[in-house]
Design a protein around this ligand. Structure first.
Ligand code: F0G
Length: 489
């Protein structure tokens, strides 16, 4: 039983906190479709990994036994989602499927205007340039002086901001990356840092603030309702729009229900609606909590930013597609409308969070240091596991290679390799922690797979002192972690 399951086992009938369980939570679904996977030998994996330049992003999925690269578009879909696809209205404009999606977004989030996009970054490429242009034109400012702020920007949101010549600056709370400290809401903004950043840049020079829920970069850590509200109040007092980057909105709502005083009796849909009051626009990668293999959303709460909405619709035509289908076919919009609802089920979220918790508990029992269990992944502190490898030799990437060699498990580095070089000085920036992310696709792997990962770490740990650091043989100028190649030092 995981720590989280034990907490849930303390029955409290009047709230969603205590559930009537005395055993561990098994899967709350039946598995009806099977994707076979191949087992490989260590010798085979060693050879394949060398060919892939010691970068697991460059492996073929065929050669991966257990794929923890991402939870983005890799999970199972529900029967109702699959069935909904058949209802697709593929009209170029004004389809029934678009209306169903738009109405669902309004029901769940209370947002009036919706633009479907092919995925999260499709939404980012619409709102980021529009908001920066707007500041420049309306207030006669230079974008080079602007700074967008966030609890922590996801890499594509950061990249879009920087491509538009604006600085992307983070204001995470003090303990966000401290694996030795437990805090219920490690995804929170540091409000003092946020206000200081606004003052330093000048409020006019902050084109937007992004609240990332859950905060992926800090280890899938949630943001509290109180923090979301405080950020929104600060932003409003300075006339800065707030964008909710909400790929994992349901997991965030679940953590609020379980951890924040006052929300224990609220349902996930109630908490979700409340969270979204504290933003003006949302940008969603629907490939996570909305459970679809492909899809995204850009939505506007009301008419406050109707000019931005109109410009985004126009940009959508050239970049994604006509604004009533954006980047999606009709069937995919139907599937997404159902996924948004199915992803919020109480027993589903309970199970999912307990699975991450079980994995983290198991790794910690081996003495492996991890970030406290978050929403979608276990984040292993590779820096601590491989203290003999300096950050410039990417301990997270070295661990990723060893885990693959050892067990055929693929997991990405989240550390200095991902962070990259300072755009001005070209010097390697150092991440707050050198992590490996064991990301769990939804409803794809069982507890027995979690046990397999834990066993693999036992073997990796025994051999840890032999693992060597890495140096580039190829490095792309941006987003280098996807294509980089390495050799051992
Ligand atoms: N925002 C967050 C918080 C994300 O985690 C992601 C994607 C995006 C935006 C971009 O969305 O991929 O649909 O274009 N995260 C994936 C991950 C890729 O593995 O964490 P996208």
């Amino acid at each position: 039983m995981s720590t989280h399951e034990k907490e849930l086992g303390k029955t409290d009938k009047n709230t969603h906190r205590g559930r009537d369980i005395s055993l561990h939570l098994p899967e709350p679904f039946r598995i009806r479709v099977i994707e076979p996977v191949k087992r490989t030998t260590r010798a085979y994996r060693e050879e394949i990994l060398l060919k892939a330049g010691l970068n697991t992003f460059l492996l073929d999925s065929e050669d991966v036994y257990l794929d923890c690269l991402t939870d983005s578009g890799t999970g199972a879909v529900t029967q109702d989602m699959q069935a909904a696809m058949l209802r697709g209205d593929e009209a170029y404009s004004g389809s029934r499927s678009f209306h169903r999606l738009k109405d669902t977004v309004y029901d769940i989030f209370g947002y009036m205007h919706t633009i479907p996009t092919h995925q999260g970054r499709g939404a980012e490429q619409l709102y980021v340039p529009t908001l920066i242009d707007k500041r420049e034109k309306e207030r006669g400012l230079k974008r080079e002086k602007m700074a967008a702020l966030s609890n922590f920007f996801f890499d594509t949101t950061q990249a879009h901001t920087q491509l538009n010549m604006c600085i992307a600056q983070n204001a995470p709370c003090e303990d966000a990356f401290n694996v030795d400290v437990y805090a219920p809401f490690k995804g929170n903004f540091d409000l003092g840092k946020l206000e200081h950043a606004i003052k330093t840049a000048g409020a006019n020079n902050v084109p937007y603030i992004v609240s990332t829920i859950t905060c992926n970069s800090a280890g899938g850590q949630p943001v509290s309702m109180a923090n979301l509200k405080a950020v929104y109040e600060i932003a409003q007092s300075h006339e800065i729009p707030v964008i909710m980057d909400c790929a994992r909105f349901a997991e965030n709502a679940y953590f609020i229900q379980q951890r924040e005083p006052g929300y224990e009796a609220w349902s996930i849909p109630e908490i979700t609606k409340e969270m979204f009051k504290y933003a003006d626009i949302f940008s969603m990668s629907a490939k996570k909590d909305a459970m679809v293999p492909i899809g995204g959303l850009l939505a506007f709460k009301d008419n406050t930013f109707s000019d931005v909405y109109q410009t985004c619709r126009t940009l959508c035509v050239v970049q994604e597609g006509f604004p009533t289908y954006g980047g999606l076919e009709g069937g995919a919009m139907e599937r997404l409308a159902v996924g948004l609802v199915d992803g919020m089920r109480q027993e589903w979220l309970e199970y999912r969070i307990a699975q991450v918790d079980y994995l983290v508990d198991g790794l910690r029992e081996l003495g492996i240091v991890c970030q406290q269990a978050g929403g979608h992944a276990a984040f292993v502190d590779a820096g601590r596991l491989l203290p003999h490898i300096p950050p410039e030799q990417f301990p997270g990437q070295a661990l990723s290679c060893e885990l693959y060699r050892c067990a055929g498990i693929r997991a990405p580095e989240i550390g200095s390799l991902l962070l990259g070089r300072d755009p001005k000085t070209a010097k390697q920036m150092l991440a707050p922690a050198e992590m490996l992310r064991l990301t769990l696709p939804r409803a794809t792997y069982t507890r027995s797979h979690m046990d397999y990962i834990i066993q693999a770490f036992q073997a990796v740990k025994e051999n840890a002192s032999e693992i060597r650091g890495l140096t580039f043989t190829y490095e792309a100028p941006v987003l280098r972690h996807f294509t980089a190649q390495f050799e051992e030092v």
